[in-house]
Design a binder for this molecule. Sequence first.
Ligand code: COA
Length: 352
Amino acid sequence: MPIPKEARHTPAADDPSLPDVRSALGLDDTYLGWLEDLAAAFPVAPLRLPAPREAAARLRLLGVDPPDVEEAVGSLPRPASDPALLWLLERSVDRMRRRMGDVEADLSWPRLPVSMGAPGRFFLVHVFLAVLDDVESWHAAHGVDAATSRETLSALALDMRLRRQIHGEGGLFEHAWMTLPFRACLYALGRLQYTPLRLSEARVAQWVDPAEVPRVAPRILPDEPAVGIHIPESGPMPPAAVDASLARARAFFGRPQPWGPCRVAVCGSWLLDDQLAGCLPPTSNIVQFQRRFTLFARTHDADRSVLNFVFHRREAPASLDELPQRTTLERALVAHLKAGGHWRSRTGWLAL
Ligand SMILES: CC(C)(COP(=O)(O)OP(=O)(O)OC[C@H]1O[C@@H](n2cnc3c(N)ncnc32)[C@H](O)[C@@H]1OP(=O)(O)O)[C@@H](O)C(=O)NCCC(=O)NCCS
């Protein structure tokens, strides 16, 4: 939703300068591009951050667990004493609002330094609290029903739960990814999540060679609206749950507005690596999921994705023997790597 000119404000004399912000928050040179981008966006709209009690109520409505609610609210910046953090928050919120529903905007959201503690770990949650009204209004204005809106934004609760379970501390798990539902660019429909896209977009072309589309997917026109499928880590994905989610996606994205009508869906993931079908039983949910897709030829190395999504490691372990071997998948993944093999991300498509 565009912000009316009169609601914007220009920098006040006592606004901190960019070097002040950097030194107050301990942001090194790696943050410079992002900060300059934020600093360039003037005028910004005034920040509407809910008061602590309201913030807690809104997070609870999204199903966020009590310890996460408590820490998120406890780390909200205080206007009088956190000018640098408010500077960052105000501009980040403005940036989210300006690109609401803009599925092609590729915005970066670096993780803030560990030294910032809870205000850094919960920074994006504070941004989301400030844009909650905007994203709900965008949904309502574009025919996203209230239940789907709530389900979509409740993806935050699962994400924060995973961070606490896996890393033993509060904050976001899939950091930048979580900005997408709060920018009206990702929808949770049952077991799967979806992002509107076009195969001709540069970010998709990394995964799918446009020249290959007419042969592999003769029904797809490169510039037609499509939808990306994503699999959140929310437990097993039995075929019936996938069927139910795809049926909802067919109805949701089959509407002409605001993105569709979409006739096809694509998925790019380590889960579509056809090598997995050789090591998991044919009854496995992953193998049954794979059978739904027709694969494009382009592949990407996915050893890191496997480490990240299955073993929750951001860095490669010193030895593969450190990785747990409790399940068929864990054993198959490690055995393949030990034998000198590699895992690959593949992209496939299906008719919605
Ligand atoms: C995709 C996912 C839901 C599939 O789980 P599932 O429905 O249990 O899959 P399957 O039925 O094929 O599982 C086959 C075997 O692999 C195991 N397995 C599946 N996913 C696993 C995971 N993430 N970690 C450890 N083991 C896993 C299962 O427990 C089962 O082994 P078992 O018979 O010894 O118990 C799950 O892997 C997951 O949540 N992944 C993280 C999210 C992700 O990677 N998204 C894609 C990002 S690109």
